[in-house]
Design a protein around this ligand. Structure first.
Ligand code: UN1
Length: 508
């Protein structure tokens, strides 16, 4: 793998803006471990990278799609060959347990496996004309330059959901990863370049959020950006949506979630507890698909909560290279915002799942904790008695916290599941097919799990959100092709005369 100590933006393969302010990317499990020094580029970097990308894209678009597919195939094999090293870096830089990091890297391989074949498909259509001796066609054409802005909770898999199809479709990319995931991003980008990408087709820019926004605004103004892909918070997504809208562009937005899990009286409670533990507390609750609120039927509530409480209490938290349920929060900024979320707990709520609340310290210990207390480790919390008007019920918490409420009738559970206005993932545990289908029909979430947790996407199924979770765009599988291509039509008249649509239509 590459040397990750000093990182610069790379535009057309060349280090750029090497004099900028420095950001230190640190291991959240042991912040004294410096993973990388990152030079942050100014706003003009995005614009410059987009200009470079624009030039490179013209040639890249003319490379036959099956040849672009070969490069995607090479990338898949390279990622596979570097799986352990890349996963270890993800764990070191972002603190997710190693098996999850390995799963994340596998998700890139799966994405490549899917899209390498798309290089030989990327189908258009032949369409009948209303006139004789005339044929109509459709073609998928690349959008142009895509700016991809990604979060660091999935520092390589989620970026690959943009990069792989965007490149396969003949676009050039400017990727601005989260600063705190710079080393993982650089390592993944390195593999993409090594897979055989021509210079300037993928450019990497390290910058702060504000500078990125400013740079993006200039690039849109200059007409050198054609599509924006963003995964991150709803608040930032709204700003990006507004900015793109001013330039008549529709970005691909994958935002937050407040994902509900309904536990019905006909649920397998062992399964439901396991699912709640994994999606509520796994990855320290830092997935957009993490479980937000448990909506449990009154008849099974006590038994379910007791069992979950026991499991959460017994879970091992600590060093992410060890055998743990979860490791630290992503960095000090995420720790700080999770602490303000904990401040939303009030006297109406009962806290379960742990003997402590807040950061795990010597004075606020956790039984079985295995790690270095300088890391950003937090106690897991189940907040019982959450009401639908509570901030805790309405907002994404992005940490090891799960809200709990009860219901009596299915309609009430569905209403509660939809009440936050987010619409990413959802889940229901039941052995009754009619209940599962009714839930599927009426829930606002774009993704529905039956007898499975809210987390865990597959590379060939549409991924995305409705409402506050996104603008309806979908990633993964064939659906994402509509994000990175536009339809072009062609009509070809071989009648030897001018045939006019609508006016010269043959009647029978
Ligand atoms: C995200 O948190 O941004 O569905 C995406 C999952 C993951 C993707 C989450 N594979 O859990």
């Amino acid at each position: 793998m590459i040397n990750t100590t000093e990182l610069y933006s790379l535009i057309a393969g060349q280090p750029a803006f090497t004099e900028g302010p420095e950001y230190e990317s640190r291991n959240p499990a042991r912040p004294s471990d410096l993973v990388a020094r990152v030079r942050l580029a100014p706003p003009e970097a995005i614009e410059q990278a987009c200009r470079t990308a624009k030039t490179a894209q013209a040639d890249w678009a003319l490379v036959p799609a099956p040849v672009r597919g070969r490069i995607v195939a090479n990338l898949g094999r390279l990622v596979e060959a570097n799986k352990e090293a890349l996963a270890a870096l993800v764990t070191r830089e972002n603190g997710k347990p190693l098996p999850e990091a390995l799963g994340e890297v596998q998700e890139i391989v799966d994405t490549c496996d899917f899209f390498l074949g798309e290089g030989r498909r990327l189908y258009g259509q032949t369409v009948p004309s209303e006139m004789p001796d005339k044929q109509l066609f459709t073609f998928r054409v690349p959008v142009g330059v895509t700016t991809v802005i990604t979060a660091g909770n999935f520092p390589v898999a989620v970026p690959s959901w943009y990069l792989v199809p965007a490149l396969l479709c003949g676009n050039a990319v400017v990727w601005k990863p989260a600063e705190y995931a710079s080393a993982s991003a650089r390592a993944f980008a390195e593999l993409v370049w090594r897979a055989g990408l021509p210079s300037g087709v993928l450019n990497l820019v390290f910058a702060t959020g504000d500078d990125t926004f400013e740079g993006l605004s200039r690039a849109l103004e200059a007409g050198v950006v054609d599509k924006v892909g963003f995964t991150g918070s709803t608040a930032v997504g709204e700003r990006i949506g507004e900015l793109c809208g001013r330039h008549l562009q529709t970005p691909c937005l994958e935002l937050g979630g407040k994902n509900p899990m309904v536990v019905t009286p006909r649920a397998d409670l062992d399964l439901a507890v396991e699912g709640a533990l994994f999606s509520g507390f796994g990855t320290a609750g830092q997935r957009c698909t993490s479980l937000g609120t448990l909506i449990v039927h009154e008849d099974v509530r006590d038994e379910f909560v007791d069992r979950l409480d026991k499991e959460v209490n017994a879970a091992v938290i600590g060093e992410p290279t060890g055998d743990v349920l979860y490791g630290p929060l992503l960095n000090d900024r995420f720790a700080e915002s999770f602490e303000s979320v904990l401040g939303w707990i009030d006297e109406h709520h009962t806290v379960r799942g742990s003997t402590g609340i807040g950061r795990i310290t010597e004075d606020n210990p956790r039984a079985g904790f295995q790690g270095d207390l300088s890391g950003f480790y937090y106690h897991p919390v189940i907040v019982d008695g959450v009401r639908r008007t509570d901030r805790l019920f309405l907002e994404e918490t992005f940490g090891p916290l799960v809200c709990l409420t009860t219901y009596r009738e299915l309609d009430e559970a569905i209403d509660l599941a939809n009440a936050s206005g987010y619409g990413l993932s959802s889940s229901i545990y039941t052995s009754d097919p009619a209940t599962a289908f009714r839930f599927r029909q009426r829930v606002g979430a774009a993704m529905v799990s039956v007898n499975n947790s809210t987390s865990g996407a597959e590379a060939h199924l549409p991924f995305g959100g409705n409402g506050r979770s996104g603008n309806g765009s979908r990633q993964s599988g064939v659906w994402v092709l509509d994000q990175f291509t536009r339809w072009q039509s062609m009509n070809w008249d071989f009648s030897g005369k001018l045939q006019k649509a609508q006016l010269d239509v043959a009647t029978v």
